[in-house]
Ligand binder design. Structure first.
Ligand code: OAD
Length: 277
């Protein structure tokens, strides 16, 4: 417990002592588990442990582009369950919105496809959806684009497949599958942001196992002068393999950290008022 308090105090001090600096968040599925969305790799509860009914050759095949081209059914089955819209942002999402409202948000890089950052009100120019989202959809054969509701309606109507009306190809949301490139915005924005980091900046990594590249390499690329904080149930990635002296680790839930950090920064009423919306 003392370690958690200590971690929050260190993060808050850096933020309060440097009012002109802005924070970068690098986030993953662990910031949305409290919303009722399972993460991917937590043993037992994670999505990849619960795909037995889809009869996949390996769990990650459900998001593999080559596998999808051969057998799209598992993804379509899952898409119906995962479809965003029925979930509300967590305290952690709301804390990032408070950072934005205070003019202290530099950027959110998210691996999540649940669009809860948008739902929380994070501006699109401050947000990089590194693994895409369900917002755009296109036919993987003829590239015809489809509005979000076309794909959504097909899934929610229980259709087994989503086929293109022009060429019968497969309609796929613009989620980045294994075997596909991340959006250009991800690389361009990170390359720019990383040059702006200095000894007053802080990069907060939260709710991710840092298992999927290239996203997982971002913490390594943070300049040595810049403080890195990890808010996660477990120590992961570069925080584990190449720990730095000034790294901060909060071992616990993202929402717990959000509340404690807001308290320490004197932003609790702002955070609470977002929960009431
Ligand atoms: P993972 O499931 O791999 O990791 C989630 C991390 O969050 C784990 O380290 C958990 O311990 C931690 N965690 C879970 N609940 C938490 C909580 N309430 N508070 C704090 N930490 C918590 O998810 P990601 O790292 O996001 O790709 O996965 C990366 C990518 O792998 C995903 O974007 C997805 C997947 O394949 C695509 O969809 C393309």
């Amino acid at each position: 417990k003392d370690k958690k308090v200590d971690a929050i105090k260190k993060i808050a001090k850096l933020i309060s002592d440097n009012p002109d600096s802005k924070v970068i968040f690098l986030v993953g599925a662990g910031i949305s588990t409290s919303c009722g969305i399972p993460d991917f790799r937590s043993p037992g509860t994670g999505l990849y442990d619960n795909l037995a009914k889809l009869n996949l050759p390996f769990a990650e095949a459900v998001f593999d582009i080559e596998y999808f081209e051969q057998n799209p059914k598992p993804f379509y089955t899952l898409a119906k369950e995962l479809y965003p819209g029925n979930y509300k942002p967590s305290k952690f999402h709301q804390l990032m919105k408070v950072f934005q409202d205070k003019g202290r948000l530099h950027r959110v890089f998210t691996q999540n496809i649940d669009t809860l950052e948008r739902a929380a009100g994070i501006h699109s120019d401050l947000l990089v959806e590194a693994h895409g989202s369900f917002a755009l959809n296109h036919c993987i054969s003829c590239k015809k684009e489809y509005p979000q509701n076309v794909f959504k309606d097909k899934m929610l109507a229980g259709e087994e497949f989503a086929n293109c009306e022009e060429c019968e190809g497969l309609i796929k949301p613009q989620i980045v599958f294994f075997g596909e490139n991340l959006p250009r915005k991800f690389f361009l924005t990170w390359d720019k942001d990383v040059t702006e980091l200095d000894d007053k900046s802080i990069v907060v990594v939260a709710g991710t196992s840092l298992a999927v590249y290239p996203f997982a390499s971002l913490p390594e690329e943070v300049p040595k002068a810049t403080t890195r904080a990890l808010i996660n149930l477990e120590k992961v990635g570069d925080f584990k393999t190449n720990p730095r002296k000034c790294d901060i680790f909060y071992s616990g839930s993202a929402d717990g950290a959000a509340t404690e950090l807001a308290k320490e920064l004197g932003w609790l009423s702002e955070l609470d008022s977002l929960s009431k919306l």
